[in-house]
Design a protein around this ligand. Structure first.
Ligand code: BTX
Length: 327
């Protein structure tokens, strides 16, 4: 807004200086209470503002953004992320990516936003995507593979994200089939793979990735605080989102071209090394009901093999997985 623009200008022109609350209220023509509210809004958006009695406010640090400029500097890919669609606020990057894909955008196009107000997971569940704290992005790919193999790209993306997280933060994470990345059982990342296809041909695959990076515990609402975590909470320091995005795109590109050349087998081996679901007793909740049993592994296609308590094998394409406590 206009007020915010003026306010930020006051801080950046007199850098290193304190700006008094009185001066702000005079220049913006609003009350001291309103000034305080604007300052709080900036803080929520990731601005680090120091307040000192009788001196006023000082800007310590602007939020690190994931603008195209920030992402391109140091991006080491040929295709992925070379075309970037950036939004400060968006309903869902997934929706924007679907539209761009339909309009024929080039492969590797990345849609990324500071904030999503309508972010979603599978089955239209809400995905909490607060401003400037996480990575909310959707990538458009156009692989020449049969449509039924598209779910493999979810597993491939999970491997790329895990490798990038390890590289940048040294944090070890687990993959839970098919689309969750966890730390100590708490959800750090969600992946949503969707496609535009005919019966026998893929037009595009849209990989939506949501990664909790710099949220603090208080940033999660009651529902999420017990099931979700962020890299910053685990590591105890802030992590550069732009650097992480670059690392993910690089890994993803390497794995993707390997996959197009050599198929899913090499990816499967990597994926299995990070998976916590395999060899464990689990409960798989599908739209048709729940099945309990032993997760035997994934098929060469990436489908989950689940042996139920009677010894019957089930092939699961999509489900929510819960680890049973009996092991
Ligand atoms: P999912 O259906 O496996 O998980 C959704 C569930 O995860 C929610 O019901 C909620 O319990 C929990 N949840 C919601 N927000 C968070 C969060 N920030 N951290 C941890 N847990 C959460 C997972 O779906 C796939 C999510 C993909 C999100 C990306 S973001 C970029 C792109 N745009 C978009 O709208 N979706 C994708």
């Amino acid at each position: 807004s206009e007020i915010r623009r003026k306010l930020l200008e006051m801080f950046t022109t007199g850098e290193e200086e304190y700006v008094s609350g009185q001066k702000i209220s005079d220049e913006l023509g609003c009350s001291r209470t309103a000034v305080w509210k604007h300052i709080e809004d900036l803080r929520k958006d990731g601005y680090d503002l120091e307040a000192v009695r009788r001196k006023g406010y000082k800007l310590i640090k602007k939020p690190e953004l994931v603008t195209p400029d920030a992402l391109r500097l140091g991006l080491d890919t040929k295709k992925l992320g070379q075309n970037i669609c950036y939004r400060e606020t968006v309903d869902s990057t997934q929706k924007v990516a679907h539209r761009l894909a339909q309009e024929g955008c080039e492969e590797g196009t990345l849609v990324i936003a500071e904030e999503q107000v309508g972010g979603r997971g599978r089955l239209n569940r809400a995905w909490h995507s607060p401003k400037t704290t996480g990575i909310w992005m959707s990538l458009v790919l156009r692989p020449q593979i049969p449509p039924h193999e598209a779910p493999q790209l979810t597993l491939l993306s999970a491997v790329a994200i895990v490798q990038a997280i390890e590289e940048i933060t040294d944090i070890k994470v687990d993959i839970k089939w098919p689309n969750d990345i966890l730390i100590n059982g708490k959800k750090l990342v969600g992946i949503l793979t969707e496609m535009q296809a005919d019966a026998d041909q893929i037009h595009s695959v849209i990989i939506g990735m949501g990664i909790n990076v710099n949220q603090q515990e208080a940033d999660f609402n009651d529902e999420l605080s017990s099931i979700a975590t962020s890299l910053s909470i685990e590591k105890g320091e802030k992590i550069s989102r732009a650097t992480l995005v670059q690392a993910i795109l690089k890994r993803l590109e390497e794995l993707y071209y390997q996959y197009l050349k050599a198929g899913f087998a090499p990816i499967k081996i990597l994926w299995e090394a990070y998976a916590i679901t395999i060899g464990r007793n689990i409960i798989a909740r599908t739209l048709k009901g729940s099945i309990e049993g032993l997760a035997k592994g994934i098929t060469p296609e990436g489908t989950l093999m689940l042996e139920d308590l009677e010894g019957k094998m089930h092939y699961i394409y999509s489900a929510d997985i819960e680890l049973s406590n009996d092991k």
